[in-house]
Design a protein around this ligand. Structure first.
Ligand SMILES: NC(=O)c1ccc[n+]([C@@H]2O[C@H](COP(=O)([O-])OP(=O)(O)OC[C@H]3O[C@@H](n4cnc5c(N)ncnc54)[C@H](O)[C@@H]3O)[C@@H](O)[C@H]2O)c1
Length: 251
């Protein structure tokens, strides 16, 4: 296979489902070698078989993104299998639906550890290998909820807002080393996270109504944004935030 990511080796977190799985498919189809990382081993392995059947190159690694030691293992595995690491998609995430008073300290800390702290851990683990590779590209998956507020998602908003600014801070810190760092802000996308986070059917309908294009997005519509940002076509783009939300935040 040849494509816009020829020569790249990409580590994708939360790769077994939804937006992460779409990244694995789109990146492999465009010539990247992909390390798909998740905690859902069966789904991750099945995805790797699908990629191999289509002629792509991908491996699965188990990685709980909230555990620093597991990050070191995943990055080492990428280098062992494919010789280098050039690209990181910090995508793994969980949502909750608790407001300020209903949220618990444990619940808040859990969301922050997976959605925010893990994004920093991923950059910290991957950047030394990107430097060795002569440069790299990182995409941190935030949310429109990292830009605008809404009632009832206090920890998620905090974490996703932090990802937006950590992205800009890291972009400035590593610009001179040829490592580009950008964030993507999806609107409402049709993935299992919607059911898992107990967002009600009514809330989903409201999100759709708030979306000028009048529908939920598809996971590959987010992966195509990352495809561009991680390709050499985006060589002058760093510290940017790409909103992919059907027009939601343009209003
Ligand atoms: N779906 C949406 O509407 C939407 C909107 C904005 C942002 N996002 C963001 O997109 C990203 C992907 O979400 P999705 O919609 O594809 O959800 P999803 O639930 O389909 O996928 C999330 C994946 O992350 C994995 N994951 C969870 N905790 C993990 C951990 N500790 N370590 C490793 N992997 C872990 C899960 O196993 C799952 O495979 C998340 O960061 C989410 O916040 C989603």
């Amino acid at each position: 296979m040849t494509g816009r990511l020829d020569g790249k080796v990409a580590l994708v977190t939360g790769a077994a489902s939804g937006i992460g799985a779409a990244h694995v498919r789109v990146f492999a189809a465009n010539g990247a070698k992909v390390v798909a990382a998740d905690i859902q081993d069966d789904k991750g392995q099945a995805l790797i078989r699908e990629i191999a059947d289509k002629g792509g190159e991908a491996v699965y690694v188990r990685l709980d993104v909230a555990q620093e030691r597991e990050w070191l293992g995943a990055v080492a595995e990428a280098v062992r299998r494919f010789g280098k690491l050039t690209t990181l998609i910090n995508n793994a995430g969980i949502a909750n639906t608790q407001g300020v008073e209903a949220e618990t300290l444990a619940g808040f800390n859990r969301v922050v550890s997976v959605d925010q702290t893990a994004v920093w851990l991923g950059m910290k683990a991957a950047i030394p290998e990107m430097r060795k590779a002569g440069g790299g590209a990182i995409v941190n998956i935030s949310s429109v909820f990292g830009i605008i507020g809404s009632p009832g998602f206090i920890a998620y908003h905090g974490a996703k807002g932090a990802v937006r600014l950590m992205t800009k801070a890291a972009a400035l810190e590593y610009a001179k080393q040829g490592i580009r760092v950008n964030s993507i802000h999806p609107g409402i996308i049709d993935t299992p996270i919607i059911g898992d986070s107990k967002i009600t059917r009514e809330a989903v309908e409201q999100f759709k109504l708030a979306t000028p294009l009048g529908r939920m997005g598809r996971p590959e519509e987010i992966a195509h944004g990352s495809l561009f940002l991680c390709s050499d076509e985006a060589s002058f783009i760093t510290g940017a935030e790409l909103v992919i939300d059907g027009g939601w935040t343009a209003q």
